[in-house]
Structures are given as structure tokens and as C-alpha cells.
Design a protein around this ligand. Structure first.
Ligand code: N01
Length: 537
């Protein structure tokens, strides 16, 4: 924990989190002359990239796009080495950003904010940390990340296991050597699918325990040479322009025709091009792919044909092909040699469908059919209490002492993802109610921070103390988010977008699915109108 004795106890802004959003918020607001204090649970910057160090961890947005756009010198000077950056390279980049703009100096690391309480008289926030600090802030800005509260399932006997256990989202910084070990991986989302091929290369025996198969597409990752980088950098301005208009915050546009307007030949060519592009972008090949089930079925069939060709044993392929949700309604995983891994002699796939884990004991995992999978190590790739988990960890009390967790007990309630009624001068960035996890989160961070910066300037220029979303605008936005989600196929998958992975969590589609560019237009119009839907106090 750093020495905080010289830090101010009263500031304009407290920023919680030093991930990609928090870092830019501190940099931008400080540059405008606001006094800012940042707090971060981890020992350094990086957020989700600080914690998720499992083997194979890699971004599923191209490195050229998954980088800040706010400073062209930064864009031009940084050299990405691969199309999709690994976690260590992203961390090097974020360290570079933190050093270059001297962002760390306003942060206290290894320190969690435990509570934030509104003083209704002054409309200031009292913020407390687990380091014993108490400070007063005019604005409270949560940049706590959507995937930063890990989820460990409740399995009987979990504490009895004699071997080592790991969660992909809290991976040991010194790394793990699985050489010669019998390893079990529970979970086949992005984290499982990215780590399984690398664990398989080390382990003596790998058993993958799969509850739901997932759609995954090869990254088509490749090193970037000087020529490729030069081209990317020369095209940055246009790349960013297109990204800001796009649905997902990267410069790729869906095919101009709907699925069935295109000929069979055009369709195959379009799917092939997206397949080559790699990963998650496949879900937006045609504009109607996640709204029309028949169109989705065509995309799915192409995927299945490609994937079955990679798996030698048709019975294993049957287990690996999802049939329970349309393609793209859970995040498509971006993999490197995932399906081929099941062709290895030392890898076994166990389907938990109809044969769930009954308990864990000293020696391994016991399945419902009585099989005892003996293991030396268990990797939980079991995901996160997404979007609200990290917010829920902090006791936030607004007007009348109301807890934010109570206000959000039936699902997150925000206006534009930014503000909540009853919580003046409280902002949540790149989280629920905004495109966040459905788009390139670095550009989402910039979109939100830039909006916030303009908002604070507006308040000051017009002599206001505070801004607060109205109850009506929150209700309307919650309804709009629901309407948008219901117009897609996204409601039909048991995804973490819907909170379906956490027992008891309300089934509410949490991100805004209307598109990154369209959302940017909405929040801009709200700002241009003098912040309609907010009360200015
Ligand atoms: O988590 P997940 P994740 N018994 O929730 C299974 C981002 N990300 O960490 O589907 C057995 O997707 C669960 O099964 P089911 C990305 O946005 C990005 O992998 O619930 N199994 C599922 O298979 C991603 O979507 C990258 O039936 C249990 C798995 O655990 C998000 O983070 C890399 C279980 C959890 O999958 C989350 O990904 C990594 C139980 N009791 C993550 N409980 C990039 O590429 C859960 N499971 C940038």
C-alpha cells in the first residue's frame, strides 16, 4: 500500500479503478484542472489485464483498435507486435501509457474503495477505503470494470481438494507450471477456450469439464511486420472515424445486404472473409445475423462446417458444437487451436450435461454418474459476476441513505449507463446500460470519459453544483435497453450479459445493444441539449 499521508483529503473527483477507463479518466480530468484521486485494488494499473494472466490470455479485438485514440503521438509511437495482443503486451502498453502521462502519481494502489456516501446538504461524496482513508469528493466516478468480480461456483467439497486450484481471473503473477500434472479445467467460455490449448501442451493429462459448448473462431493471429504497422498507422484517422460510427467500435462494417438478399455465393464469400478476419467479428457478418433466427442459422451452419473439419472424432465434435443458443448471442470466442486440442492424446472432454459435477474431494472431481476424475490441479475458468459484481462490492449510499445495490436489486438502473436517480454526481463508466462489453472497450472508455469531461465543464461554466438523472429518464432508458435487447436474439442465450451465470441474479440484459456509434450519437444529443433527462442543481 502506498503512503497516502501527503495526498489531499478533499478533491474534485475520485476515480475508482485503474483499468483502461480509470486511467484515461484520471488523465483527462486532471488535465482540465480538476483535483483527482484514483484508487485501485490491484498493485498496479491494468484492471482486467492485471488480473487475467492465465496462459493464452489475449485480446479479442485487434491490437491496432484496442488502443487509445486520444493522443495521436501515442498512436504513432507504439508498436504492436501481433494482430491480437497477448496480455503481457497489453500490460506493457498500459504501463507505457501510465508512464508517458505520469498517471500513477494520483493513484493509490492495492487499495479498495469500500464505501461512498452522499452528503445531501453539500452534495459531496464521502469515500472510504480499506486503507483507512476517508476523503471528500464532489464527483464519484466508478470505472470498476465489467469483468472484475470473479465467479467461483458453489461446489460441495471445493475446500477438500489436496491439489492446487486456480481461477483464470485471479491468476498467480509468477505463472503456473503444469508440467507432468493431471489438470482439470472447468468452464469453456473465452478464458477456458484461450487457456486450454496451452495447458494441454504442458499437462500430462488434461480433462476439460464442459457444461455448455461455445462458438469459437480462430483468431488468425499473426505477427505484424514494419510494413503492416506503417500501413495501420497511416490509416489511423480513417480507422478511428469508421470505428466511431460502427456497431462494435472497430472499423468493420457488416455486409451491405441482409443474409437472404445475398446470393449463396455472396454469402459464402462474406462468411469466408469474416472467418479470415478472425474471432468475434463473425457475429456481425450480415446486419440481420443476431436479429433473424433463420439468418443466424445460415451463419451457424457455415461455422459448424468449418469447425467439424478441425475435430477428428465426430463424437467429440458432437459435444463441442453448441445447439442451445444462436451464434453470437454469447460472445464468440477468439481462439488459437482450440478445437484441434481435442485431437491430442492427452486431452479428454467430459460433458457435464446430464452428468454434472457432484462434488470435489481430496483427489479430484466426482461426477453424478460416480466417475472419479483424479487430478493434481483444477482451473476454474468459470467467469465473472459481470457488469454489476464490482459495483456491488462497494457500499454506495445516495439520497436518503439508499443503497445502490437496493436501487439496482432488480437489475442495473441507469440513464445512458452514466447516471442513476438518487445518486447525484455519481457516474459509472463503460458499464451496464452502455455498449461496454459489446464493443471495443477502449473506445467506450474514451467515449464516456470525454462525455463526462464535457459535462463537468458545463456544470462549472453554468455555476451548477451537481447533476442527477431523473427517475423518469432512468425508467425510460431501462425500458429502451430492454426493447433493444428484445428486438435481437440475445435474450435467448443463458449468457452473463443476462446475469444467467450467477444463481439468483435478475435476468436483465445489462449492456446497451443498440450499437456503439448510435449510442455515441444519443449521448452527444443529450449533452448538446443541455443534458436533457438530467436535473442540474
Ligand atoms: O467466463 P464465461 P469467461 N459448473 O462466463 C462454466 C471476456 N473475456 O471468463 O456456459 C460447470 O464466458 C460456464 O458454463 P455455462 C469475454 O467477454 C475475453 O470465459 O454457464 N461449469 C462457462 O463455460 C467473455 O465472454 C477474453 O454452462 C460452469 C464458463 O464456466 C467474458 O470475459 C478472454 C459452472 C464461464 O464462461 C467471460 O469469459 C477472456 C459450474 N458450476 C474473457 N459455472 C478475450 O478474448 C460456470 N461454468 C479478450
Amino acid at each position: 500500500m502506498s503512503d497516502t499521508s501527503t495526498f489531499p483529503r478533499s478533491v474534485d473527483v475520485v476515480v475508482v479503478g485503474a483499468g483502461v477507463t480509470g486511467l484515461y479518466a484520471v488523465h483527462k480530468l486532471r488535465g482540465m484542472g480538476y483535483s483527482v484521486r484514483g484508487f485501485e485494488r490491484g498493485a498496479d494499473v491494468g484492471g482486467v489485464w492485471y488480473w487475467n494472466r492465465y496462459p493464452g490470455a489475449r485480446c479479442d479485438v485487434e491490437s491496432v483498435d484496442y488502443s487509445y485514440s486520444f493522443d495521436d503521438d501515442l498512436q504513432q509511437e507504439w508498436d504492436w507486435s501481433e494482430k491480437y495482443a497477448t496480455q503481457p503486451e497489453i500490460m506493457r502498453y498500459l504501463h507505457h501509457v501510465a508512464d508517458r502521462f505520469d498517471i500513477r502519481r494520483d493513484y493509490t494502489f492495492s487499495t479498495s474503495v469500500t464505501s461512498a456516501e452522499l452528503d445531501e446538504e453539500t452534495l459531496r461524496w464521502t469515500v472510504r477505503t480499506d486503507g483507512g482513508e476517508v476523503l471528500s469528493a464532489r464527483f464519484c466516478v466508478f470505472a470498476v470494470g465489467c469483468l472484475s468480480s470473479t465467479h467461483l461456483p458453489e461446489v460441495a467439497g471445493i475446500g477438500d481438494f489436496a491439489g492446487a486450484t486456480y481461477h483464470t481471473g485471479e491468476w498467480p503473477h509468477e505463472g503456473v507450471d503444469f508440467t507432468g500434472l493431471r489438470v482439470g479445467v472447468i468452464g469453456t467460455g473465452s478464458s477456458g477456450i484461450q487457456s486450454i490449448p496451452l495447458i494441454a501442451e504442458q499437462a500430462a493429462q488434461l480433462t476439460v469439464l464442459q457444461r455448455s459448448p461455445n462458438y469459437s473462431i480462430p483468431a488468425g493471429n499473426k505477427p505484424l511486420d514494419e510494413e503492416a504497422r506503417r500501413e495501420q498507422k497511416a490509416g489511423y484517422a480513417e480507422r478511428r472515424r469508421l470505428s466511431r460510427l460502427s456497431g462494435g467500435g472497430s472499423p468493420h462494417m457488416a455486409h451491405p445486404k441482409k443474409t437472404f438478399e445475398a446470393s449463396e455465393e455472396e454469402r459464402r464469400a462474406a462468411f469466408e472473409r469474416r472467418w479470415e478476419l478472425g474471432g468475434v467479428l463473425y457475429s456481425k457478418t450480415f446486419p440481420d445475423q443476431t436479429t433473424d433466427l433463420a439468418a443466424n442459422g445460415v451463419a451457424r451452419a457455415f461455422w459448424e462446417e468449418k469447425v467439424r473439419a478441425r475435430i477428428e472424432d465426430p463424437a467429440v465434435a458432437d459435444l463441442l458444437v453448441p445447439t442451445d443458443h444462436p451464434i453470437g448471442t454469447k460472445r464468440i470466442v477468439t481462439d488459437s487451436d482450440y478445437f484441434e486440442t481435442y485431437n491430442r492424446e492427452n486431452v479428454r472432454l467430459v460433458s457435464l450435461r446430464g452428468n454434472p459435477i457432484e462434488r470435489i474431494d481430496e483427489r479430484g472431481i466426482v461426477l453424478a454418474d460416480g466417475e472419479h476424475v483424479e487430478l493434481d490441479a483444477i482451473v476454474f475458468a468459470t467467469g465473472f459476476d459481470a457488469m454489476t459484481g464490482a459495483v456491488d462490492r462497494i457500499e454506495v449510499r445516495g439520497r436518503g441513505g439508499r443503497l445502490l445495490t437496493d436501487a439496482w436489486s432488480a437489475g442495473p438502473r441507469t440513464y445512458l449507463g452514466l447516471g442513476t436517480d438518487g445518486f447525484p454526481n455519481f457516474f459509472s463508466l463503460a458499464g451496464a446500460g452502455s455498449p461496454s462489453v459489446l464493443a471495443n472497450v477502449i473506445l467506450c472508455a474514451e467515449q464516456h470519459v470525454d462525455w463526462l469531461a464535457d459535462c463537468l465543464r458545463h456544470l462549472d461554466e453554468h455555476g451548477y453544483t451537481a447533476i442527477e438523472a431523473t427517475e423518469e429518464s432512468v425508467a425510460d432508458w431501462v425500458a429502451e435497453c430492454r426493447r433493444k435487447a428484445e428486438a435481437t436474439l440475445m435474450m435467448s442465450a443463458d449468457s452473463w450479459y443476462l446475469g444467467a451465470n450467477i444463481p439468483g441474479k435478475p435476468r436483465v440484459f445489462m449492456p446497451y445493444v443498440g450499437g456503439f456509434g448510435a449510442y455515441g450519437q444519443i449521448i452527444k444529443e443529450v449533452a448538446d441539449s443541455g443534458y436533457k433527462g438530467f436535473g442540474l442543481i
